[in-house]
Design a protein around this ligand. Structure first.
Ligand SMILES: C[S@@+](CC[C@H](N)C(=O)[O-])C[C@H]1O[C@@H](n2cnc3c(N)ncnc32)[C@H](O)[C@@H]1O
Length: 381
């Protein structure tokens, strides 16, 4: 067991034994993006060169073996998460239904908040059937959990059709001042010669308040004052649309994306920004136990959170080190578990060894040589 929890640390380790060393109730927010149960082979071109790396996420023993493997880890995550913490489990429709049952069992149904559908791609050629274009993110949180509402901007078509008026204060839309329903009090009285009761309606505000709004230039009079008054709502006063559980506004990393590192399954920073901003405060501790090339930790650092990343792959951890140093060359953080001795290196899988050598030389993969052990490094340092 760790005597105290270190943060701003990257562990190169299987997350299960590492999590078992953490004290209970020490993490405020967890995002996990484990290998999916999707019988797929990811292929990736590392860097700009032509090494094609296969990334197996096939689980030979079937879904039971996968869920059993996940259960051990989810139980540890439950132990380390605070009672008011939040956890987001990123998965795809091949296993989301099994994982939801597992999450319900471990956290309790009361903790379930949302099944977020992230539409990660718009176009996908599927030979026969409905093209798969979304991932699922299961969001669970304890009672009294942190919640900072998130908003996204309006779509251009919506703005063009709704916010079509402008004045010196900016762009605005019009909303009714006369909702339906007759009232007997002040809001049912005539104002400026208009009787709401005759229209089966009432004023949104008492006439004294309407006068105030009119003096402040907040009322729009249609047909040069002869039509019905309506309230101006300015775009700048409007935070946007509250984010719901269908996320269609965040694009996956494409080949042109500036943040792209070439790591298979790299998630976009804007996805993590939303999750971290919604479910944590500055200085909270954010954990990603399958952190890949470090999207979570890098966003957490930028948003002034404390963070911990774990990944079993030295290639991933080295990539994270580079990513964090590129973000801030003076950033202080720890790494633990990266191979150091000859024996450590001998234990690496061939492609991990290959990547280790290339990363050490700050090199790029040779376009000519694809051998596993026999490799050619184009050193750029
Ligand atoms: C889907 S990727 C995560 C991608 C990440 N969200 C990103 O944006 O880069 C899954 C990661 O889990 C790591 N992994 C697989 N098994 C693991 C284990 N037992 N412990 C820790 N990491 C593991 C893999 O090395 C891989 O980097």
């Amino acid at each position: 067991m760790l005597s105290r929890l270190e943060t701003q640390v990257l562990y190169c380790s299987d997350n299960l034994p590492k999590l078992r060393q953490f004290p209970a109730d020490c993490i405020d927010l967890i995002y996990l993006d484990p290998p999916f149960f999707s019988n797929r082979r990811y292929e990736v071109i590392w860097g700009d060169e032509a090494e094609v790396r296969s990334f197996e996420d096939r689980w030979a023993g079937g879904i039971e073996v996968y869920i059993d493997w996940m259960r051990k880890r989810i139980l540890e995550l439950r132990r380390v998460l605070t009672a008011r913490g939040s956890i987001y489990l990123h998965c795809d429709p091949h296993a989301s239904h099994y994982l939801k049952i597992l999450m319900d069992q471990v956290f309790g149904q009361d903790w379930f908040r949302s099944e977020i559908v992230w539409k990660r791609t718009g176009a996908h050629g599927s030979t026969k059937g409905y093209a798969p274009v979304h991932d699922c993110i299961l969001y669970y949180a304890g009672p009294g959990h942190t919640w900072n509402p998130q908003h996204h901007g309006y779509r251009d078509e919506y703005l063009a059709s709704k916010y079509k008026y402008h004045d010196e204060r900016g762009r605005y839309t019009l909303i009714t001042l006369m909702p339906p329903g007759i009232r007997s009090g002040e809001t049912g009285e005539p104002w400026r010669g208009i009787d709401p009761t005759a229209k089966g309606a009432h004023w949104q505000n008492p006439p004294s308040k309407l006068e105030e709004l009119d003096r402040a230039g907040m009322i729009y009079w249609a047909r040069n004052g002869k039509g019905l008054p309506r309230l101006k709502r300015y775009l700048d006063n409007n935070a946007g649309v509250p984010v719901q559980d269908l996320w269609t506004d965040i694009a996956a990393i494409n080949s042109q994306a500036r943040e792209r590192l070439g790591y298979p399954t790299q998630k976009p920073e804007s996805l993590l920004e939303r999750i971290i901003a919604a479910s944590s405060h500055e200085d909270d501790v954010v954990l990603d136990p399958f952190c890949g090339c470090g999207t979570t930790v890098s966003v957490a650092e930028r948003l002034n959170r404390r963070w911990i990343g774990i990944d079993i792959s030295p290639t991933a951890v080295n990539l994270m080190v580079r990513r964090l140093k590129k973000y801030n060359p003076r950033l202080q953080f720890l790494t633990e578990g990266l191979p150091v001795t000859e024996n450590d290196l001998r234990r690496l899988r061939p492609f991990e060894f290959q990547n280790w050598v290339i990363q050490k030389f700050n090199g790029t993969h040779s376009t000519r040589n694809q051998g596993t052990w026999e490799l050619m490094v184009t050193a750029s340092c």
